[in-house]
Design a protein around this ligand. Sequence first.
Ligand code: PBG
Length: 330
Amino acid sequence: MKFQGKYPNTRLRRGRSEDWIRRLISENNLSVDDLIMPIFICEGRNKIEKIHSMPGIYRYSIDKLGSAIKRIEKLKIPLVALFPYVSSNKKDNFGSEALNENNLICKALRAIKNNFKIGVMCDVALDPFTNHGHDGILKNNYVLNDETIRVLIQQALLYAKNGCDIIAPSDMMDGRIGLIRKSLEKNKFINTKILSYAVKYASNFYGPFRDAVGTKQLLKNDKKTYQMDFRNSEEALREVSLDIKEGADFVMVKPGMIYLDVIKKIKDNFKIPVFAYQVSGEYSLIKLGIKNKILNNDSIKESLISFKRAGASAIVTYFAEEIANQLKKN
Ligand code: PBG
């Protein structure tokens, strides 16, 4: 860094003394254009279910989805991410329900894409559909890589056919981005985007999400044989570099707040849009902090701006709708 003037010629507090000057020289700002809202979908009719571990977040049955999307689109949030709560009688070892053209995700895609302009992103992974809660096919307590990819390719294609704009493989199998891209191209889905969860850690902060999609009780062991070890960050660069070569348009880092160093490292090494996922555990910690008056409301904005500072282009956050409402008011 260049020479900095000395006190009292330089008083950095001059730039902080009034609100207007703070606004003028702020380096990073949050806008609605940065936000991606996750939405949970459930079976049945006329349902808006509370999720115990995620205060303020609900599961919607398909007939109730429209009103939620309408609200979110009106706020100008560009993209929603869909997650299904699949009933247990539809789950098996292979996640077969993932390939049913009338599964919750396909029905939701058609309902949204026929009526709205908002972008829709879908997770490609088998965990909501398997009876063991793992992201792939399980054999002798190991998630099979290549066999799982064969299913993921079909799942991605099915979602693309039903109108999915962004395919987001969140499974962490090796080599899946290249094979999914190849199949999308072959089937003329040339503008279907792939947002690779390139850097997804085996994190302890996914608990409330697993509650929300009903995989928590089912999950045997952990996901450490496929999701990344949280002691590593250079490995993240290898993951990203492979996924870019294989045809990813954008990459995701997940979780978010406790991995800002990883976001920054990727931005310093690759010129590709990086998305951050402020995961369910991060959401619930802040939400419960505010609810219990341990934190104040502005901690939401502070947490989201940290992603911008680190270099993220967009943020998947359960606060998207709430913060978009606040941004609109200001
Ligand atoms: C599953 C998936 C997970 C999340 C998004 N997709 C959980 C997991 O890998 O077990 C977590 C999201 C969150 O915690 O908000 N492929």
